[in-house]
Design a protein around this ligand. Sequence first.
Ligand code: ASP
Ligand code: MG
Length: 410
Amino acid sequence: MARIVQKYGGTSVGSPERILNVARRIKKYRDQGNEMIVVVSAMGGETDRLLSLASQLNESPDEREIDMLLATGEQQSVALMAMALHGLGCPAISMTGAQAGIETDGVHSRARIRNITPHRIEDSLADQKVVIVAGFQGRTEEDAITTLGRGGSDLTAVALAAVLKADLCQIFTDVEGVFTADPRIVPEARKIDVISTDEMLEMASLGAKVMQSRSIEFAKKFGVVLEVRSSLTDTPGTIITEESDDMEDVVVRGVSADKNEAKLTVRHIPDTPGQAAKLFQMLAEASVNVDMIIQNVSEHQLADISCTVPQAELKKIQTQLETRIREATGAEDILYDENIAKVSVVGVGMRSHSGVAASTFKALADHGINIEMISTSEIKISCVLPLERADDAVRILHQTFKLGETTRET
Ligand code: ASP
Ligand code: MG
């Protein structure tokens, strides 16, 4: 007998048929003698629908009320799932985040889990019930309802798996697992069988959005083993786990592209101490998340600094910060480029294999793709390049590192 936490995303519970389909799957696992804790998201599109209702009534709705509203999405699906299970003759009980003992801080819409006291869950498991917990929500010490940030049901599942000491935490979604590249761009992309949490974190933050990044960080911290798999098939998915020695045998695990960034270039800043500090201090105060940064060699005591920022922040920078940046730093000009993408190769094997950077740059060069910025970590090489070549670049690198079904070496 194992203790299993399963999480089903919005698509997997998007209609009564799908809920029933999931309920059958849960029952099957339970009938095999497993203890089942199931976290569900709101039905697909429901969270967005609620947000749009709110915005029709108030341009900037109160965050406490937003959380109150959004939490209802998950509350609907847990109750429906419990009813579906009852219909199949399977004992089950639904719980809100609060009832499940999930306590958070008071930061509405992106609360952090502080503590979980799962005695109600334990009691219901002891009563042979499947426990269905509403994802994405908790409550504060003062009894306010909070939510954990978009995609937060993943976090609920991982946190419960950690505190309940589950043997396995399965994330059921609408894809079969984590792929070596986006299969819509690279048809020969392969499903990855096992990936380390560090690689998965890089892939997630690089735009391969299979799971919420915070939940992967949490899994890493608490040693939770995850499996991402499809709720529509019976195929095993991708295991996300601590790094093991043999993982370094594969040099590159995957290639990903992030098309949601923009490049900001601040031209001709006087090359004196403190200028970069001023620039990035202002960006930080405006909560702009800066990614890559480069500063060129200065000429005539003037330097250029470029960085990448989320595209969604560009407006804010243009309207609220541009003049202040110029005044504070004495920069001559600020340029924006939205037509860029960040393409990255990721793999823990890079630590022990040399030449990955050289092969990456050569492959791009051979296809006439100009690299505008480069950044690396121990297990990743990222290149900023023109947006219209991003898909080509992903295909080329996928091929270069022989990641495909047909090109893979044995
Ligand atoms: N329903 C929430 C969202 O759409 C949480 C989740 O799906 O994980 O972001
Ligand atoms: Mg989701």
